[in-house]
Ligand binder design. Structure first.
Ligand SMILES: [Zn+2]
Length: 335
């Protein structure tokens, strides 16, 4: 009864939703469920073009603050700054006339370094054969017996309840151990993994971040904006204030220098409530940003949005019918 009442009230008042994507690309394996296929993305953008009011993220948050948010407002965002955002998502956004904001990791763009989660996936699941992997993590030495052929299980994701090979088990266990490391600790572990597995370093063509030239070209026609997503994608809550300050401010400064324009938006890496703190929010607010995005679900409501913790709905590959059902349920306050 109460939820039906809430649905009715929500259907009458203006509310918006911010969609969160990472990659738009055809993929063979995607264990973290980061990619949406280009066809699926095109269907989703056509749907919101026809059935909602696509807005730039900054316009949506400003309208919500002013109490002028239209009904069925939607903003599209991407985290990390993968090159496929430029090659696959940009043409779709342009043809549908849907604005978007891409939150880029500044050092990944400038140094063309692979994202750590992709490097570990490639080392553990992109190869077969047996070896013992030994890593020093959080002061503890641990070993994993890698074996099996992950190539036979490319549909596997971390949501699956079973690990088809010991390599998958190692991947599942190592990822959460690496996530909270500082950038320098993480770099040491990655080098160790790469040395022991013999995998070559550097990003592969289908998983690389955008180049500087691509990022500049991305914003050229004004439909797509770039925001900051730190220098090297750490979990901010595990860093000192000084380290956080560098991650927040230097990413803005470097992207502004690269693009020759102001960068006013920010997204917290990983973005859930445990991944940053109230002090991180203060730092972002005082670094000159006008808004910051989190990664937990929630509607954007007139005069009730926290501009420095804007909620977002994570979008995954799905049939259009599922996207539509989720989208409409959220518009009516049911999710
Ligand atoms: Zn990210």
């Amino acid at each position: 009864m109460f939820s039906r009442l809430k649905e009715l009230v929500c259907s009458l008042k203006p509310c918006g939703q911010v969609l969160l994507y990472h990659r738009v690309a055809p993929t063979l394996s995607d264990p973290q469920l980061l990619a949406v296929s280009p066809l699926c993305f095109a269907e989703q953008m056509a749907y919101i073009r026809r059935n909602a009011v696509p807005m730039a993220l900054t316009d949506m948050v400003r309208a919500a603050n002013e109490g002028t948010l239209p009904r069925r407002a939607v903003a599209v965002t991407f985290d990390d700054g993968y090159a496929d955002n430029y090659h696959y998502a940009k043409p779709v956004l342009e043809s549908a006339g849907v604005p978007a904001t891409v939150f880029a990791v500044s050092s990944a763009v400038s140094a063309q370094t692979e994202f750590w989660w992709d490097a570990i996936e490639r080392a553990l699941l992109g190869q077969n054969g047996s070896l013992t992997l030994r890593l020093d993590l959080a002061g503890e030495s641990r070993t994993w017996a890698l074996s099996g052929d992950p190539g036979a299980f490319q549909d596997w994701t971390v949501l699956d309840p079973f690990d088809p090979t010991p390599r998958h088990t190692a991947y599942r266990e190592i990822m959460p151990l690496v996530k909270p490391l500082t950038p320098s600790e993480r770099s040491t572990v990655l080098t160790s993994i790469q040395n022991q597995t013999g995998v070559d370093t550097g990003p592969t063509d289908d998983r690389r971040p955008m180049t500087e030239r691509e990022l500049r070209s991305l914003v050229e026609n004004g439909l797509i904006d770039v925001g900051a997503h730190t220098v090297s994608h750490p979990q901010l809550s595990g860093l000192t204030m000084e380290e956080q300050s560098v991650q927040v401010s230097a990413s803005r400064r470097d992207l502004e220098t690269l693009l020759g324009r102001q960068v006013t938006t920010f997204a917290y890496p990983y973005g859930t409530k445990v991944d940053y703190t109230a002090k991180s929010v203060d730092l972002v607010r005082h670094a000159g940003f006008t808004l910051a995005c989190s990664n937990f679900p929630g509607q954007v409501l007139n005069r009730r949005v926290d501009a420095f913790e804007v909620p977002r709905y994570l979008v995954r590959e799905s049939p259009l019918s599922t996207f539509r059902a989720n989208f409409e349920a959220r518009m009516h306050g049911a999710k």
